[in-house]
Design a protein around this ligand. Sequence first.
Ligand code: ADP
Ligand code: MG
Length: 682
Amino acid sequence: MADLSTDVRTIRGIGDMRAKALAKLNICTLRDLISWFPRRYEDRSALKTIAELAPDEMAGVAAMIATPPTLSHIRKGLDLVKLRAVDETGTLDVTFFNQSWLKNNLVQGQTYVFYGKAEGNLLRKKMANPVVEAEGRREFTGRIVPIYPLTAGVSQLILSRSVRQGLNACEDILPDILPDDIRLAHQLCRIGYAYENIHFPETMEALELARRRLAFEELFLFTIGLRRLRSRREIVEVPPCQDVDMAPFYASLPFSLTGAQKRCVADAMADFRSGRPMNRLCQGDVGSGKTMVAAACVYFLVKNGRQAALMAPTEILAQQHYAGLAPMLEKLGIRCCLLTGATTAKTKKSICAQLETGEIDFAIGTHALISESVRYHDLGLVVTDEQHRFGVGQRAALSAKGNSPHMLVMSATPIPRTLALILYGDLDVSIIDELPPGRQPINTTAVSGSYHPRIYEFIKKQVAEGRQAYIVCSMVEENDEMPDERKAATAYAKMLQTGPLSSLRIGCVHGKLKPKEKDAVMSAFARGETDVLVSTTVIEVGVDVPNATVMVVENAERFGLSQLHQLRGRVGRGSHQSYCVLISDNKNEETRARLRVMVKTSNGFKIAEEDLRLRGPGDFFGVRQHGLPGLRVADIGCDTKLLQEAQAAADALLAKDPTLASCPATAARVTELFTQNADTLN
Ligand code: ADP
Ligand code: MG
């Protein structure tokens, strides 16, 4: 008897040709096939009369072919089949391009359903290239039709028929991996019904039932998998750290830590002493002072005789961390180095040697820290800054350079708790929910492009007072396809320099500059040698120029809220009143709503929640890239309630039956999902 790992070729109706087409979509087994879920659905169930057809509306009609279809060759590569169809209310002229076979397939005097975009006027209705099938067939018309993601050479027809065959083939063998009591308690439909209706729903209600069931199942399995990862981590033992007198460290700071910072440090230290590797996410709004939390951890570990590494996503950030931390830590006897892509081969060699012998205690850098030639004497702590810029794999690569080192992940993008649970499901979370004292709220406004002259005047005034300004632009070419940010930023900087801001010193930085060039521009700005920095979003993360007080964002509608919040966080870092101006000519109500959120609140967590609500998680700083195992149906932005249900169910099951002995099918599926993806998750 077949099982779900059977090759699709063994399915009746799927031959070599079709199998080859499916393979392009990585559909090889029966499971792949039936798990190829529709991207969306078109409700073609209602049929209209020809008279009811409104121009530009997608609709279906049942009509009899009144004239024999004619075929004409317009020119090479363009064939046209024409026919006229009628119902009791009117006449419809139908044309098909390059489907010459229809001439013989469509028979005069028979009734077909045509589904497509109606055109023409009251007297003469037309449809070009409609979907057509014999009345009553109900494969692509007269019902809710699945629309699948496709690739070249694989049509809706092929997919839809293949899936149909696949569903028929596994009717009796679909394992229901949800234990019955859980299924019933959460009012979930059976697996067979779910698969049938996620593909070919009879009604929208049936589709929703199916979707809910499959989403629940995914989240349930996912939770079990995460819980297992965590419990595996709890088995690993590392030598507990000794207590360290932190007084010298604190004494060297120009300020005292905020309560929230102290709490995070205390959380981390408890982990260090616990005898288990730490896996902690430190979440704090921009400017909340995460760096000092990391520094305290580094101090603690190094005083325990171990090494530490801090990995930043960009050259500039790494340098800034180095410039900020090294002088202070060196004074405390901690030997630091900076290792980035820009480090010369000679310096790198010497650094590597010293890391390997343990002469260097603390390495700050970029991806260079995980390059192969880098070995550590005893790497005890790995800190990654601005985590979402890293693939999870990179975090793992750095951690692999030590022997179960402690991990501290710092994220400046406040993530709603539910999402954090998924993205960092096996991490413990500390939250810095308090800003250092004395910060003035940033004055934020959203205006239209007509304010440009006033904004330029304002910038000049601020510069006259000794301040600096950022202008972020994401202007793109007319056709919108491939934004050339470099061109936009350079052209904009030039326009300003030759026009409204000719009296100011303007720098320009964009992603296509070489790291060295980028750094030169950034450093010049940081040293106050330029007044205005025109940039693309490269400045988004972490850069610290306390003297900058103005952040202007052009085409603000192009940015997500969280991104805008990050950008705004670049100002307001010093003692001066700061301003953020969001420029957008977009009148779209949703855009206006988003910008209003920015004006109204400065709380990053609130903004993140709103962002998630307004845009959905797909766009939420690239959640998709995280490669979460098996989440195809569940939408972690919208299904939060379902997620909670699934988590509760998973936890209850694990509490009762930690090894899942009572439900082997569930256990097997979790193992399958998580071994495929193990490296993406930890
Ligand atoms: P982020 O959390 O965005 O990484 P940083 O660590 O860059 O924030 O800190 C932002 C600024 O606040 C830095 O200039 C830092 O020196 C300063 N800072 C950090 N902690 C405190 C504190 N407890 N009191 C005053 N200033 C602080
Ligand atoms: Mg930071």
